[in-house]
Each structure stands twice: as structure tokens, then as C-alpha cells.
Design a protein. Sequence first.
Length: 331
Amino acid sequence: MMSVLHDKPGRAALHLARAASLAPSPHNSQPWYFTEEGHDHGFEVHLDSGRRMPLTDPCGREAVIACGAALFNVRMAVRQLGFRPVVDLLPAPGDSHRLAHVGFAAHAPSTPEETLLARAIPHRHTHRGRFAAGPVPADLLADLHEQARAEGAILQVVDDPEQLELVATLVRTAEDAHRADFGHVTELERCVGPYGVPVEACRHHPDATLLAGRDYLSLARCWPVSARNRGRGTGTVVVLSTPRDGRPDWLRSGQALQRVLLYAAAHDVMAAFHTQPLELPALRARLRTEFTAGRYPQLILRLGHLPQPQTWRTLRRPPLRVLARDDARAR
């Protein structure tokens, strides 16, 4: 395939690229680029392996999940244009970077739920730190479970005290291992910056809640937090899992994740990510055995209401920097 960046994309392709770029990704690494076939005939999501984090995500699972989240945004953006999306996952088995092709099918107005999800795309953002007091309503959690199931994933609420202690212990064990590894510390520090994780977002103490967070600025080394002060503001802990664990399942996980996040954001609930134990095979296997009943855990999240409005923006690369023209299929 030959593709080149260009400054005159189709209006639909630009709309799709803008929406896709607002998906979450590990430490705002944005491990994707997109191609259009020309004349708005088709749109593709590609993995940009050069933006993957090799120590944090050695097999690329989290990067593919992020691309799956971008793909879900594309689907909602197509619905905004009044068409039904036709999605072909992994359309070229020999090309590990070409993850999905999205075409335009019959015209059909978007449903109220699709409109709700699409409107939440620019408002959804990752939270770091404590949430406001109070649980996420049970009826909203039930709705989020159904949103995940619609994409082929299972969203489990960790409400049993023993299970919550297990998840918290696994997150803490993995985070301690990462903090003790110079390579991981360096890789994380490089993520902080204008087009990575904003400095303002890193100033929450990583040990302020029951689940340990990423220590972007090495705050835990300078100001340790006692264990008895780690429970407040944790929010509701959930785990997203899938029956299998191949690349198609990672893409489905990303779509399920984004569907959950957008539905939650539409109801003023945001999420914090705690995927550290899923990056260490032994700890991920333990979570799979002891919590997800043999399904493969893909994401660990905290959900809750923000204690105050977020005053900064997490920047994305401009759409023209991530959108290419596919000359081979544009003819």
C-alpha cells in the first residue's frame, strides 16, 4: 500500500479522523494513523507501531485496544453523517498494521443513543486522582454492562470487599515493579509533555486512592502516602474482559471500552485507568483465574464523578498529521 499525508482530504474523512483522534490511548501515545481511499469512499484505521510503548506494552495489546476505541469513534462519526458503517476487522491478514476498514452503507438517521454517544466524544477524558464522594448509580452501572456486552465484552463491577482487595493488591504489586524498573520510569517520564500527558494531570498523587496510579513525576518517592489514607475517592472499580485474547478481541475490547466511556461521560461519569497488572503476564493470569472466571482481562478502570471541572486539555495531533491518502485504492 502506498499512502501519503495530504492537505486536502475529503470532508467526511476529516470528520472521521477528528473523531477518531479523540479516543483514549496509553499515556496519550496516540498509536494510530488513518487513511482515506479518496472521494470519501472508505476510511481505515492503522496501528502506528512507532508510537507504541515497548516496555509498558511489549506485545502491542494496549495499542491495538486504543485503535479499537478510535474505531468506535469512527463508527459514531459515520452515524453522525447519516450513514450506516460497514466495518471489516483486520481486512489484510498479512498486514499487522491495517486494523480495520470502514465503509459507508445505506443512509439512515442515527438513533437517540448513537447521538448521545457521538456528542460525548469531545467531552470524554481520562481522570487521574480522586473522584467525588458517592458511588456510581447502580442503574447506570447496569447500563454500562449492557453497553460493553453490545460489543462482545463483559464489564464486571468489583463490589465484593475481598475481590476489591485482590484487584488493589495486583495493581499495587505491578505499579511497585514498574517504579523499581529504571526503563519503565524513563519511558513514563517521556510521556509527559504538550502532546503526551499534561503536567497538570500528573500532579495528583498516584497513591491517593485504593488503586495505585502511574507515578509520572515520581511524587511517591518524595511524598509517600500511608495505606490508611488510600481509600477515599476511589470511585467504582470495574474490569472489562473478553472470552478470547487475539487481535480481533483487542479491537473489540477497544470498541467496548469506548462505548462504555462515552455512555458514562454522557452521564457525567469519567474513568481512570489502572492496567498495570495486565502488563505483567503472571499478574494478569492471576486476575483471569481468580476474578474473570477464565475470560481475559483487558482493562481495569475506576469510574466516578469529578470533584471539580477539569481546567486543562489533553492535546491530540491535528487530523492532518494522522490522515493519509491511500493512492492504491483511491483510483
